[in-house]
Structure formats: C-alpha cells, structure tokens
Design a binder for this molecule. Structure first.
Ligand SMILES: [Zn+2]
Length: 248
C-alpha cells in the first residue's frame, strides 16, 4: 500500500497524527432570566478554564465539550460571572488609566479622589485616594496588602513550628506566592483583590513550605494542619485566578 499515491490514506493519516485545530466561537445562553454572552474556545487540552477580561467571558474547554455541559458550568458559576462581568465593564467604561472601582478582599470598592489624605473605608467600601490614576490606586492597595498579609501570617503564629524570616510583596500576575530557603515569604500584592479565604490559602501554602520545600504528601498534610479548610479555597483560586486580577 502506497500512502504517497493515495490521497485519502494520506489525509486520514494526517487526521490521526496531527493535533486537531482549536476553534473560537461567540455564543449566548440564557440563565436565570439573564443573557450571558461568551467566547467558547475549544483546544486539545484536558481542563476547563473561565476567564473574564475586557473581551468579556472566555471559556476554554477540551475539543469535545458540548453546549449542555458549558451551560451547566455557567449556571454553577453564575453569581461569580455576573459580578465580575459588571466589574470589568465598569472599568472599561471609565477613562483609560483612571479607575472608578477596584476589588479589595473580593468586594467592589469605589475609588474617590481626595487630595489631602488617603484612607480605606471598609464599612462603606470606599477608597479615598490621591487621584483615580491606576498608579495611585495600586500604591494604596500595595500598602494595604503588605499590612494585611503580615497580620494574617501573625494569626497563624501559634500553630507554626518554623517561622518566616521576612514577608515581601511581588508584582507577579500568576505566581501568587513563594518561599525561599532562607524562609523569606513573597506574596503577590494582587492577591489583595481576592477573598480572604483564598488569601489565607496562599499564605498557608507558603507557610507549609517553611517545613517542606516540595509538594509531597507531607507538605499537603502540613497545609491541612495549618488551614484545615484549604481545599475549598485552593479550588476557588484555580477557578477564579486569571479573571480576578484585572487591574494591570
Ligand atoms: Zn508550593
């Protein structure tokens, strides 16, 4: 049998050997009386991911995922999707480089310019900031993040056998935390935008690395010892990570 001469055999061979192309399609679904528009990207991958950015909701799935399955996901994550779509659109409407709202500890805060002093009013969810400029808002978020992370780490002091030597902030967008050999814990300031449970999970993950510098079974036992509910927040971080950090 000569594959070179027979076009159809060559084509079949190609279908079976080369990876299938990914596809991208705009879709709309109706859930709880609201229409949800999204871009469905099919790729040769195993996991499903949801992302919300200036382009709206983007759902990436394995190649053979049907619409019923996608609808179930959207329904399950409905409240989270609507909340973040609204947040992103309010950011997009505002002038470039200026922000009207920002996420802090998983809640939407209004940014109000006030020249004489900066302050975070948690009760009324307002950030009084020098200006609405992204750089000024980031500055105040970073200051708050460092204080908050240190306080949370202190709250686990009673249970820790090994203590961190220092706490520092990073600007990382996907690596939320790290722990060095000399016990220096570094956390992305961007985490301050997510919920307190997710922040505690990342913190406890790094605190557990003080004892085990790997992701062995012993390491995960240590995470559980420090933060017994960690599994819920580990999953939430995985589901939400990319879209929670819209502030560049
Ligand atoms: Zn780790």
């Amino acid at each position: 049998m000569s594959q070179q001469k027979n076009g159809s055999i060559a084509m079949w061979k190609k279908l079976f050997t080369s990876p299938k192309p990914s596809s991208k399609e705009k879709k709309i679904t109706y859930i709880k009386g609201e229409s949800v528009e999204f871009t469905h990207i099919k790729k040769s991958k195993k996991n499903i991911s949801l992302k919300i950015d200036q382009n709206g909701l983007i759902i990436s799935t394995p190649l053979h995922t049907d619409d019923i399955f996608i609808n179930n996901i959207i329904e399950k994550k409905f409240d989270w999707i609507i909340k973040h779509l609204r947040h992103v659109s309010s950011q997009t409407i505002s002038k470039s480089n200026q922000i009207e709202t920002v996420l802090l500890l998983g809640e939407e805060y209004k940014v109000i310019p006030r020249h004489h002093s900066t302050q975070i009013d948690h009760k009324n969810k307002i950030i009084f900031c020098k200006t609405n400029e992204v750089s000024d808002v980031k500055k105040i978020l970073k200051e708050f993040a460092l204080q908050y992370f240190k306080k949370r780490i202190d709250s686990y002091d009673y249970i820790l056998e090994i203590k961190p030597s220092s706490i520092q902030l990073t600007n990382a967008k996907t690596k939320w935390g790290s722990c060095s050999n000399n016990k220096n814990i570094r956390l992305s300031w961007r985490l301050i935008q997510t919920s307190s449970g997710i922040i505690d999970y990342v913190i406890c993950h790094e605190l557990a690395h003080l004892k085990h510098m790997n992701h062995s079974k012993l390491f995960w036992h240590e995470v559980e010892r420090i933060f017994p509910k960690y599994k819920i927040y580990k999953k939430q971080l995985k589901d939400q990570a990319l879209s929670l950090f819209t502030l560049d």
